[in-house]
Write a protein that binds this ligand. Sequence first.
Ligand code: ZN
Length: 465
Amino acid sequence: MIGLEIHARLRTRTKLFCGCRADQFDAPPNTHTCPVCLGMPGALPVLNKRVVDLAIRAALAFHCKIGERSIFARKNYFYPDLPKGYQISQYDEPLAGGGRVELELNGRSRRVGIQRLHLEEDAAKLIHEGGRSLVDFNRAGVPLIEIVTEPEIHSPREAKDFLKKIRQILRYIGVSQVDMEKGEFRCDANISLSLEAKEGTRTEIKNMNSFRAVEEALAFEEGRQRELLLQGRPVERWTLDWDATKGRAVPMRSKEESEDYRYFPEPDLVPLVIDLRWQDELRETLPELPEERRRRWREQFKLPEYDIELLTEERKIADYFEEAARHYPRPKEISNWMMSELLRMAPDERTAIEPADFAHILRLVDEGRINRTTGKELIAAVIRTGKSPEELIAEGNLLQISDAGALAQTVAAVLADNPQAVADYKGGREQALGFLLGQVMRKTQGKADPQAARRILLERLRDSL
Ligand SMILES: [Zn+2]
């Protein structure tokens, strides 16, 4: 049984309880601080409404029930990255709970429950270097949501897939960038194994900073617990620290219980009351979520599951597909071209060609007015130059007739019109080929693809030998 605790940094301009910037990650240390986020005695927190908006959006996207009233609480512990001696979080009355996420695994759909979703502030960042420990308070007070799942995940692989799904949804609704490398998305996991029908003992793993680390750490811990249980030894309630370089989890301390934190209501903040109107207003701003979109696409576009999965992964790409399909209603063609031409490009180039232009090029290829190679070059050229396909075609005289069908007709006509040259070529006069090719070029006003024309000409002459 695996349960996850996920922290995601919300995308706001300012911090959770003060006006300091929350989006300046590369700023010099301690340049975005004030008495509130430095934890000065007497400084008072003021709740950022935008944070609450984003958290409600996330809660709605995970089908949570939003608490009419939620309470901020102090989570007390001492650590150098926490000058107040407590973190402002939520405890027994969280913002939301009772949600779910649909997970598709091996073609089967599964639900994982979301136990709770609450708001809390981030701690400062500790940097250990040169035998010293330094503190950067720019991160102190940055808004986070914590998402706690039910222990309904059943394998390390499922845990990884689930996390990716959470990331996808948070990105779709635009509440978080969810960049794991920047620490915007962090995950702790609880895991317990039992060989009989009774519940096992949970251990907690911390410091997994990539999707791969989550899968590997859980697989390691599953193995460790299995070995203990097979030897008839007890699993102890530890908190473990994942060491990705050594590929092993090492005990940090015996696991703390919530009693250890002596939570109590934050006396400097009033209860947060969220009425139905506020919820409804935000619900209306939610985009179609990935799972709904996939369902609709199966009906509407009848694409293979593989295509749907790939193209709905990111909202920007999915929107792009739909826009292109509006201009050129051949979904499978658009999907093929997007997968082969656009998705292999750098992320910021993928949608640098307008969907209408992209669809226009596909139409030209389908109509045989340009060949596939020219189509591909044209897509790359539009992205490179920012010019429209029409401009580029006019400039580069790109409407070459390299389409085999169109060229074959011209070649047949040229051969019929020039029986003497054909006879000469068959008689061994190689130069006659050049003459015939010249005729093809003249008949097409120079727009024939010379190589394609030559190839077709040779095929026809050989066939008629
Ligand atoms: Zn501040």
